[in-house]
Design a protein around this ligand. Sequence first.
Ligand SMILES: *[C@@H]1O[C@H](CO)[C@@H](O)[C@H](O)[C@H]1NC(C)=O
Ligand SMILES: *[C@@H]1O[C@H](CO)[C@@H](O)[C@H](O)[C@H]1NC(C)=O
Length: 285
Amino acid sequence: SGRQISIRVQMLDDTQEVFEVSQRAPGKALFDLVCSHLNLVEGDYFGLEFQDQRKMIVWLDLLKPILKQIRRPKNIILRFVVKFFPPDHTQLLEELTRYLFALQIKHDLACGRLTCNESSAALLVAHIVQSEIGDFDEVQCKQHLLNNKYIPEQDTLMDKIIGYHRKHVGQTPAESDYQLLEIARRLEMYGVRLHPAKDREGTRLSLAVAHSGVLVFQGHTKINAFNWSKVRKLSFKRKRFLIKLRPDLNSNCQDTLEFMMGSRDCCKVFWKICVEYHAFFRLFE
Ligand SMILES: *[C@@H]1O[C@H](CO)[C@@H](O)[C@H](O)[C@H]1NC(C)=O
Ligand SMILES: *[C@@H]1O[C@H](CO)[C@@H](O)[C@H](O)[C@H]1NC(C)=O
């Protein structure tokens, strides 16, 4: 069916692969190729993201033609990443899926997106080290930590990490991934992608979406959460992102909350991911 185009995809282990799809193929054709390359059955949790011509990070729409979304595929690297973070990783059926989630958590820790207190950070790194080098050996563990940076503040946590790694003797890589997810999913910043916004008073905040609903953050602290059950409608008008709540007789909360985002495009990108998140977890239940 016509000419082929080559598209480069960066995987969660940072390797890159080139896939060939027909010029008229929808996003799903590429996504399916990536999943079958990985032998991944539970692909639904993942997505392909890229920087579009407006310099915004967006998700490849699986239903629309690839070339309608990416004008110059030669210049673009798509990234295969986790798109939907379930509240409970025991919903994940396969070891491979948990492995890919563990890689995503490793990325989020390294770039400072997944923040947590020192004990949790040290414990998470200890599980990563166990999965990478196996049972504890002090010299080897120290060397590995010197050669690999898993979290920004790693140097100050060396002793703690070593202390935890020591306790994980006998734990297989799959068990380490499981433990990593078990700790990560309880963290406030787990799976959170911050979208900058301001409230009516001009205070800088961030909006995010989770399986449970829309979240509001100040820095890395959650200051508000709107459960899907309380949200009547999400919409945007120019730069304004609007959350219309269901009437609640027990509170004097305003009916519609308003946030300012950087541009209409920012609102639209966030709105779309909210709609997708809601649909995904509603289907799930
Ligand atoms: C660190 O955070 C975890 C998860 O939020 C919590 O369970 C734990 O009690 C905290 N530890 C300390 C020392 O604050
Ligand atoms: C949000 O809704 C879920 C069920 O959809 C419920 O389990 C949870 O307790 C609710 N959270 C709040 C803060 O109301």
